[in-house]
Write a protein that binds this ligand. Sequence first.
Ligand SMILES: [Fe+2]
Length: 193
Amino acid sequence: MSPLVETREILDEIRTLFADKGNDMYAGEPVSQTEHALQAASAAEQEQASPELITAALLHDVGHLLHKHSADCAIQGIDDLHERIGAAWLKQHFPEAVTEPIRLHVDAKRYRCATDEEYLSRLSPASVLSLELQGGPFDAREQKQFENNPWYEEALRLRTWDEAAKIPGLATPDLEYFLTFVQRVLEHPVDLN
Ligand SMILES: [Fe+2]
């Protein structure tokens, strides 16, 4: 398959995922999955993040669109492991600069909860519920391990955009706009291994 055809197919797959499941509510939050993704990508772009990080922000919760659990599975005590499902799916096509911050975005929450009391107090009720299922705040050894990951700063930035992306009715550019960044990453992979 030519790279151009492949890029088109990947973009179409992403469009289909958002068309099929993007209208689901982002569990326990006042925005849909699509609104959440667009707000996160928009926050990344406003901070002049790289195309890889804007792509990561847009697709950080793609695991929620891929898994078979219901949108409110956390309420039923199920951790959907969406960060791993999403990163593994994206790894087929995207470089680590996209997939690693995504794989680490739950760890970034656990890290921040351990190191920033104010952050913990500001978490939404839904995020507190999922934190418990995800293993709670990191202990000292886990914090060190996280800091040793070469992508940890990007994961923390992504986490900030994730937390901010829960504003009902916020105007953002649409999916097609942000897919131009995704396309750029697919056509010019900087660290695909
Ligand atoms: Fe998120």
